[in-house]
Write a protein that binds this ligand. Structure first.
Ligand SMILES: *[C@@H]1O[C@H](CO)[C@@H](O)[C@H](O)[C@H]1NC(C)=O
Ligand SMILES: *[C@@H]1O[C@H](CO)[C@@H](O)[C@H](O)[C@H]1NC(C)=O
Ligand SMILES: *[C@@H]1O[C@H](CO)[C@@H](O)[C@H](O)[C@H]1NC(C)=O
Length: 502
C-alpha cells in the first residue's frame, strides 16, 4: 500500500504541474489579471454646424491594438460650429465651456494631467480659412488658449485637411471592426487577414469617401499610404468641399432661385407639398461661402422670399442631378466634378448624416433599403409625404423633416451616379452610427494616430514570446502530461493484476 502511494504521488504532482503549465500558456493573459485602471483621451470634433466632444478610455496597461479603446462619454456643445463665431471675439471659446466642464467631471481627477486633449476642425473652418485666414487663425488661437486653461494635456487645435479627415474616419471604422490585428492567444497580435472596410462620411460642409484599392490612384492628391501593425495600406481618399448636407441644401436653394429668377416666391420640388417657409436672400442663401457658381451679380440681401414646397420626386431628383458635373474628366475614370476615382470595391460603412438620413427614409417609408430599386421607392414615398405626416411618424421637428426628401435624393445621386455604386455593390454599404457603443467618425482615428496607439511597426513584437519558443514550451508541458498519464496507467494496471512491481 505505502509502496503504491509513494509511486502515485510523484506522478499526480507531475500531472497537475503539466496541466497548470498548459493552462497558463493557453489562457489569454488579459482574463487572468484583475481589471487595470483606465487611461483617457479627449477629442473635440469642431464641425461646421456644431462641436462634439468625445472622451475615450482604455486599460492603462495596454494601448496598442484594436478593440481596446472605447467611448467613455460624449457631449454636444450648444450653439453653432466654431467657424460661426467669425467676428465674435470670445464666442468660440465660450461655446466649448460646458463640454470641457463635463470632461473635468467625467475623468477621474488623478488622470487629468495625463489625458491628451486635441481639437480638430473640419470643413467649416476650411471654408472660413479660404475666406479670411486672419479670422480662422484668430479663432484657433482663441480656442487653443481656452483648452490650455484646463488641467488636461493640451496637444493641438488645428484644421484637418480633407485627406486627413477621410483617412482618420477609415482608421476608426477598421479599428472598431478589428480589421487590423486581433489580440489573440497569450497576448500576441495576429493579422486576422480580413479585407478592410471603406468609409463614407457626410458632414455639414463636406463629404468624404475612403477605401483601400489595388488600382492605380491617378491623382496623387487622392493617395494615402498607411503602415499599421506592420501592414501597408494603399488608400484612395477624397473630400468634396461644399457637398456636406447643409452646404448642399443652400446650393440647391440658390440653384432654384437663380433658375426661376429672383422673385418673391420660389417653388421647391423637394419640400413637402404645401409646406412653405420664408428666407432672406443674404444670410440664408448667398452669403454662404459655397456660392461661387450661384451668386447673382446684384441682389438685395434683405429681400425676403417665400419658398413653397411642391413635393415632386422626379423634379427634385432632376434639379439635384444638375448640381453635379458628370461630363469633364481628364483621368481614365471620374466620380464627378472632374475628380478621379478608382472603382469602389469591398464593403463600406456609411456614418454621420448618411446614417441619419438612411434611418429617416427607412422608417418613414417602411421599406428596407437593400437595392437601388428599394432606395428609389423609399425616397419617392418620402417625397410624397406631407410635413405633418413626417413629423408625426418620426417625432422630429419640421426643421429636419422638410429636408429629408432633398438630402435623400442628394445621397442617392452621390452614391449611385457619383461614386458608382450599383445593384451589386450598394448592398455592401452598412449604414451605422456606432460600432459596439463607440461613435464612428474621424475623431477616434485621429486620437489613435496622433498618440501612436496604432503602432506603425509592431507585428508580433508585443509583450509575448515569439511563436517558436512558445510552441516549444507548450510541447514540453504536453510531453510531461503524457508521461504522467502513462506512468499512472502503468501503476493502475499493475495493482489491478495484483502483481507487485517490486
Ligand atoms: C477678416 O477678419 C478680420 C477680423 O479678424 C477683419 O478685421 C477683416 O476685415 C476680415 N477680412 C476680410 C477680407 O474680410
Ligand atoms: C403658407 O402656409 C400657411 C399655413 O402654413 C398658409 O396659411 C399660407 O397661405 C401659405 N402661403 C403660401 C404662399 O402658400
Ligand atoms: C505601443 O507601440 C508603440 C510603437 O510600436 C510603442 O512605442 C509603445 O511603447 C507601445 N505601447 C505599449 C503600451 O505597449
Amino acid at each position: 500500500m505505502s509502496l503504491r502511494c509513494s509511486q502515485t504521488i510523484p506522478a499526480v504532482v507531475l500531472l497537475i504541474l503539466a496541466l497548470v503549465g498548459i493552462l497558463l500558456l493557453v489562457l489569454p493573459a488579459k482574463e487572468v489579471k484583475t481589471p487595470p485602471e483606465n487611461m483617457y483621451g479627449i477629442i473635440l470634433d469642431a464641425g461646421s454646424s456644431h462641436t462634439s466632444m468625445y472622451i475615450y478610455k482604455w486599460p492603462a496597461d495596454k494601448q496598442n491594438g484594436t478593440g481596446i479603446v472605447t467611448e467613455h462619454s460624449k457631449c454636444h456643445a450648444k450653439g453653432g460650429g466654431i467657424s460661426s463665431y467669425a467676428g465674435v471675439r470670445g464666442g468660440a471659446a465660450e461655446s466649448l465651456k460646458a463640454c470641457l466642464e463635463q470632461a473635468v467631471k467625467d475623468i477621474p481627477k488623478s488622470r487629468h494631467h495625463q489625458t491628451p486633449l486635441y481639437l480638430g476642425a473640419t470643413a467649416g473652418m476650411r471654408l472660413l480659412k479660404k475666406d479670411n485666414a486672419t479670422e480662422s487663425d484668430r479663432i484657433l488661437k482663441e480656442v487653443g488658449s481656452k483648452l490650455q486653461s484646463y488641467p488636461f494635456k493640451f496637444k493641438e487645435a488645428v484644421i484637418l485637411s480633407g485627406q486627413q479627415e477621410g483617412a482618420y474616419g477609415w482608421v476608426t471604422v477598421n479599428y472598431l471592426h478589428e480589421n487590423f490585428a486581433k489580440y489573440g492567444f497569450i497576448g500576441r497580435w495576429l493579422n486576422p487577414g480580413t479585407e478592410t472596410t471603406g468609409a463614407l462620411d457626410l458632414g455639414g460642409a463636406s463629404t468624404q469617401i475612403t477605401f483601400e484599392t489595388p488600382e492605380k490612384v491617378e491623382d496623387s492628391d487622392n493617395m494615402m499610404e498607411l503602415r499599421l501593425y506592420g501592414q501597408n495600406y494603399r488608400l484612395y481618399t477624397q473630400s468634396f468641399l461644399c457637398y456636406g448636407q447643409d452646404q448642399f441644401l443652400i446650393k440647391l436653394m440658390a440653384h432654384l432661385i437663380t433658375t426661376q429668377g429672383v422673385k418673391p416666391r420660389v417653388y421647391h420640388p423637394c419640400y413637402p407639398k404645401r409646406f412653405n417657409t420664408s428666407i432672406k436672400l443674404g444670410k440664408d442663401v448667398f452669403d454662404s461661402p459655397c456660392m461661387e457658381n450661384y451668386r447673382p451679380p446684384r441682389f438685395d440681401p434683405q429681400m425676403s422670399v417665400t419658398v413653397i414646397g411642391t413635393g415632386d420626386y422626379q423634379n427634385c431628383l432632376a434639379n439635384i442631378e444638375k448640381m453635379f458635373s458628370f461630363d469633364s474628366c481628364s483621368f481614365s475614370k471620374c466620380s464627378f466634378d472632374g475628380v478621379s476615382q478608382p472603382s469602389v470595391r469591398g464593403s463600406f460603412m456609411a456614418f454621420s448624416a448618411f446614417f441619419f438620413t438612411h434611418r429617416y427614409i427607412s422608417s418613414l417609408s417602411n421599406i428596407t433599403i437593400s437595392s437601388p430599386r428599394h432606395m428609389e421607392a423609399a425616397i419617392r414615398h418620402v417625397c410624397n409625404m406631407t410635413i405633418s405626416e413626417m413629423t408625426k411618424k418620426t417625432n422630429q421637428s419640421e426643421k429636419y423633416m422638410k429636408n429629408v426628401c432633398a438630402v435623400s435624393n442628394f445621397i442617392q445621386v452621390l452614391l449611385m451616379r457619383g461614386y458608382g455604386f450599383n445593384e451589386f455593390s450598394l448592398p455592401s454599404i452598412s449604414f451605422q452610427e456606432k460600432v459596439g457603443g463607440t461613435s464612428v467618425g474621424w475623431a477616434l482615428g485621429y486620437m489613435l494616430s496622433l498618440s501612436n496607439m496604432v503602432p506603425a511597426e509592431s507585428f508580433g513584437l508585443m509583450k509575448a514570446l515569439p511563436s517558436g519558443p512558445w510552441a516549444g514550451i507548450l510541447f514540453l508541458f504536453i510531453t510531461l502530461l503524457l508521461i504522467a498519464v502513462g506512468y499512472l496507467l502503468i501503476i493502475y494496471r499493475n495493482t489491478r493484476t495484483g502483481g507487485g512491481m517490486v
